[in-house]
Design a protein. Sequence first.
Length: 200
Amino acid sequence: MPTPKSTPARILDAAHELLRTAGLARTTTKQIARAAGCSEAALYKHFASKEEIFVRVLQERLPSVGPLLDELTADPGDRTVEECLTAVARRALDLYTQTLPIAGSLFAEPALLRRHQEGLAELGTGPRQPLDQLARYLRRERDRGRIRADADPEAAAALLLGACFQRVFLTAFAQADAGAGEGTGDFAAEVARTVLTGIG
């Protein structure tokens, strides 16, 4: 007989599903608690705010770029810079594909967006984190001599992740493939190769 899930795990599962289907702006802690089979008071025993739940869903239920970048920064192994950037682009495409529907609704409500930004700041996280981590990885590659000494890690990180975000946005907006049949893997490899051409 499987062990029943803990209350925090049930809350995160319910939040993930509601955030995915209704978006962050339209999801309430009351709805999350009801879907998790607990009271709102029980939810607040485990989580301080909806923003904390959102961050935990991002960290524990969605693809993350952070651990991959930490690993590559410490030691890329025998992978080339192009292979590393392709892996990062693939992970970023997965992350943005899953987070865009969740977070997109925030931009329709400026007061909620501001509260969300404040909540993320209190938790020491936010959308700049992958950008900063990728720039740190690229600085490390520059120190290793694997990219040009005059390469701009911050600009290269913005180009790679910005291209991935734009791809996901256009695909979601058009409800069609933004790349005329080009698959995600092909796009990740092409954008990585293009960025590397500028810094390699």
